[in-house]
Design a protein around this ligand. Structure first.
Ligand code: PLP
Length: 380
């Protein structure tokens, strides 16, 4: 039997391709966004304790209450923003599931969803499989600044959702307070839902502040914020995240969530809740990753790659236009096979595969790996 694909343009992701190639050629893998150092022993022990202390049956649908409280307290502490722990926060199987469930709870056929490109790769398929239509807004290297008059021109009565992501994967840029105010102004008085993907909220450099959607009262009233403990606590394989939103949005989200995922890994939730009692576990991330960024960039300062230091996330984009004019996918493959270093070509996140001769490197790696990576990049 033949079935018409609901996602005819989706094939193997570039992450799978580059990691596969990295394994095959025993290359340093700075492509996929995950650390190559261990998750904290203290956190691992807290999860083990939770297993040994009876947290082995279904968690409540919205999440373990201690974790919901820990998340709610975090928003109060960092942003003086209130989310009701039992009504306005839901623990999910990673941010990806939160994003998919938000889209499927609200997007109907032909609804339009504004997406800024380069965009993280799970946004578009989630919209399409639910019958929606993505409206791309291409941002340009090296600053990836938003032209708000273009955004205004693309908003119409068909616009149901705007997806934003700061700190931004893959560019490592962050949105300013003014960007958020512009978005707030454009969506005010509309029914548009904002999906603010904030998985890198705790990785912002040079003393800048993360501009969470919850800091802007009108935006907050129409926004879902999505977050990922995998990114925050160096264990992407655990696939635990959450989303928060005002009650009237969250109750719709939960109608889908309860029949799709229902609830997520209980002992990990309890362990994370206990770990978060010490706010330093997430507040220390900025300086932890800034040191890694600075080490990596100082080591490659004499290389032929050009860069602007990443302002957030654990990604650094490098411009190789002085080295070659090869298509970025081909160049990334060549670096993996011939030089032993894997990265992600940015064109795969762009509209029409726009190629700016830019590669993304993940610096959530041991210092030793970063030194080795720099040695290779300096030889290219
Ligand atoms: C911008 C962005 N959003 C969402 C995710 C997915 O997070 P999770 O692993 O918690 O599903 C990632 C992971 O790379 C990401 O970079």
């Amino acid at each position: 039997m033949q079935h018409l694909s609901k996602l005819p343009d989706v094939s193997t992701t570039i992450f799978t391709i580059m990691s596969g190639l990295a394994n095959e050629h025993r290359a340093l893998n700075l492509s996929q966004g995950f650390p190559n150092y261990p998750s904290s022993k203290k956190l691992n022990n807290l999860v083990t304790n939770a297993m040994n202390n009876g947290y082995n049956q279904y968690a409540p649908m919205a999440g373990n209450l201690d974790l919901l409280l820990a998340i709610s307290n975090k928003y109060q502490l960092l942003y003086e923003s209130t989310y009701h722990p039992e009504k306005e926060i839901t623990v999910t199987a990673g941010a990806t599931q939160a994003i998919y469930t938000i889209v499927s709870a609200f997007i109907r056929p032909n609804d339009e969803v504004l997406i800024f490109k380069p965009a993280y790769d799970c946004y578009e398929p989630a919209v399409e499989v639910n019958g929606g239509k993505t409206i791309p807004i291409q941002l340009f290297a090296p600053d990836y600044k938003v032209d708000w008059s273009e955004v205004a021109s693309k908003i119409s009565s068909r616009t149901k959702m705007v997806m934003i992501n700061s700190p931004h994967n893959p560019s490592g840029t962050i949105w300013s307070k003014d960007d958020m105010l512009q978005l707030q102004k454009l969506t005010k008085g509309t029914n548009i839902i904002v999906l603010s993907d904030e998985v890198y909220e705790h990785i912002v450099f040079d003393g800048e502040q993360h501009q969470s959607a919850c800091l802007f009262e009108d935006l907050k009233q129409r926004s879902f914020i999505t977050a990922s403990f995998g990114k925050t606590f160096h264990n992407t394989g655990w696939k635990i995240g959450y989303c928060c939103a005002p009650d009237y949005l969250m109750s719709e989200f939960r109608k889908v969530h309860q029949f799709n995922v229902f609830s997520v890994h209980h002992p990990a939730q309890k362990g994370i809740a206990d770990y978060m009692l010490d706010a330093e576990t997430y507040l220390g991330l900025n300086s932890f990753f800034q040191q890694k960024r600075d080490l990596f960039l100082s080591l490659i300062s004499e290389s032929r790659f050009k860069f602007k230091p990443s302002k957030g996330t654990y990604f650094q984009v490098l411009d190789y236009s002085e080295i070659t004019d090869k298509y970025d996918v081909d160049f990334a493959k060549q670096l993996t096979k011939d030089f032993g270093i894997a990265s992600i070509p940015l064109s795969v996140f762009n509209e029409n595969d726009k190629d700016d001769k830019v590669l993304r490197f993940c610096f959530a790696k041991t210092d030793d790996t970063l030194v080795k990576a720099a040695e290779i990049l300096n030889r290219i």
